[in-house]
Design a protein around this ligand. Structure first.
Ligand SMILES: [Zn+2]
Length: 420
């Protein structure tokens, strides 16, 4: 950080190619109090780069992980019903597939408020959460999930193994992206695993991010973005074999990759690994072209969303944003959408109520505020939860309100339309 030559956080090659420049924005989980509105706010470049040696797509670490996650953190996983369900299915499936029992240990990295590990408790599998943000870790402890308030890496892995806490299963959901030192983190996973242990990592699949025009997946809290090709390379560097992979619908299309230790006995890589690897190669994920084409499709989305909003406002319509997820702030800041276009945002997370979106200063209210304000359009910010939100909010059709999503394309949806 702070030097002129930017190098790849995995392979240290100089970074010379831009994927997209999303302008300047503040850290997207820094929701502001009313008093903070009168103060200066730190904006950092949101410039996405790709390494032409290992194809890791990445941002510079403008904002340190300590600044983002090491204190009060606004994101509580349990506020998304569908995400908690996803976590529950995972725990049941892993317990069956890998024969976890009362003699096993399941560890989650960035365990948040215990939304996942809690589901191992009724299955009789001992758990350990690792979560750097004390306020969310506290919620996990309260529901019976033992949680260490620390950042994970080589050092913590070694200390845990020394205490007899090696893992049969390590889960890392949407954490790999948030790790500034990816080598230290993945090495820590290799060290914490028992020889027969399995680590699963979930992350938005870069192929879906680029093909689906999901530019709001890029924000300062996410330092890295992965293809299968690249994550396999990173694992191999640290003695891990990527032996299976699943494609999941979560977060706009994710991969769940399965790693085991190369020095332990275990299955050979599955057919599915070979398939996705071949598909990524065929699509050009080890080539510059696919990365270069992205910028223009992002700019086009910005123009279309602004055209829609300008037309709606000129016609005297009221537009409200549903959801204030971190990624919503990338979209709002990049497009320059403030209270001139959106009256307010609503969110289910009470932590955000009475606060303001970073950069754009749009106020955030409880969901019930929609029924009082009766807007004409509801812009769904977390488009990956579109179905869930349309079902929860279908009553807004009662006063003629319509839904709008911006990604992958700007689209207006009648509430009567059955969710796909
Ligand atoms: Zn690299």
């Amino acid at each position: 950080m702070g030097t002129d030559t930017v190098t790849c956080r995995f392979c240290a090659a100089p970074l010379m190619h831009e994927v997209v420049d999303l302008g300047m924005s503040p850290p997207c989980e820094s929701f502001l109090s009313a008093e903070a509105l009168d103060q200066a706010e730190a904006f950092h470049p949101l410039r996405v780069l790709v390494c032409d040696r290992c194809w890791l797509v990445q941002l510079r670490e403008y904002v340190s992980a300590q600044e983002i996650f090491g204190h009060e953190y606004a994101y509580f996983s349990s506020f998304s019903t569908s995400w908690v369900e996803h976590a529950k299915r995972y725990c049941v499936a892993m317990t069956e597939r890998f024969g976890l029992s009362k003699d096993s240990l399941a560890v989650e990295l960035a365990s948040n408020d215990g939304y996942l590990l809690q589901h191992f408790l009724p299955l009789g599998v001992p758990v350990l959460g690792i979560e750097p943000a004390p306020n969310v870790a506290e919620k996990a402890e309260a529901i019976g999930v033992p949680t260490l308030v620390e950042f994970f890496g080589r050092d913590l892995a070694d200390r845990l193994v020394a205490k007899g806490k090696a893992a049969d299963l390590i889960a890392g959901n949407n954490v790999l992206a948030q790790v500034p030192d990816v080598n230290d983190f993945v090495d820590g996973i290799a060290r914490l695993l028992k020889p027969t242990g399995v680590a699963t990592l979930e992350f938005p699949h870069l192929e879906r991010t680029l093909a689906g025009n999901q530019f709001d997946q890029f924000y300062h809290e996410h330092y890295s973005y992965f293809s299968l090709l690249t994550v396999e390379k990173i694992g191999a560097e640290h003695g891990l074999v990527l032996f299976d992979v699943e494609e999941l619908p979560t977060h706009g299309g994710s991969l769940r990759v399965f790693f085991r230790r190369r020095d332990g006995a275990g299955p050979a890589p599955s057919e599915r690994v070979a398939e996705i690897r071949a598909r990524e190669l065929a699509l050009g994920y080890a080539d510059l072209g696919v990365y270069r084409a992205f910028g223009e499709s992002v700019a086009r989305t910005k123009r279309r969303l602004l055209s829609f909003l300008i037309e709606a406002k000129e016609a005297g319509k009221r537009v409200v944003g549903y959801g204030a997820p971190g990624k919503g702030n990338t979209l709002l800041n990049y497009c320059g959408i403030r209270t001139d276009f959106l009256d307010f945002l609503v969110d289910r997370n009470p932590y955000k109520h009475g606060r303001f979106a970073p950069g754009t200063h749009i106020p955030i209210h409880p969901v019930e505020e929609i029924d009082r304000a009766r807007p004409d359009y509801l812009l769904i910010m977390p488009w990956n939860l579109e179905r869930e939100i349309r079902q929860q909010m279908r009553h807004v059709g009662g006063w003629g309100c319509k839904f709008v999503v911006a990604i992958p394309e700007v689209r207006v949806i009648e509430p009567s339309e059955v969710p796909a």
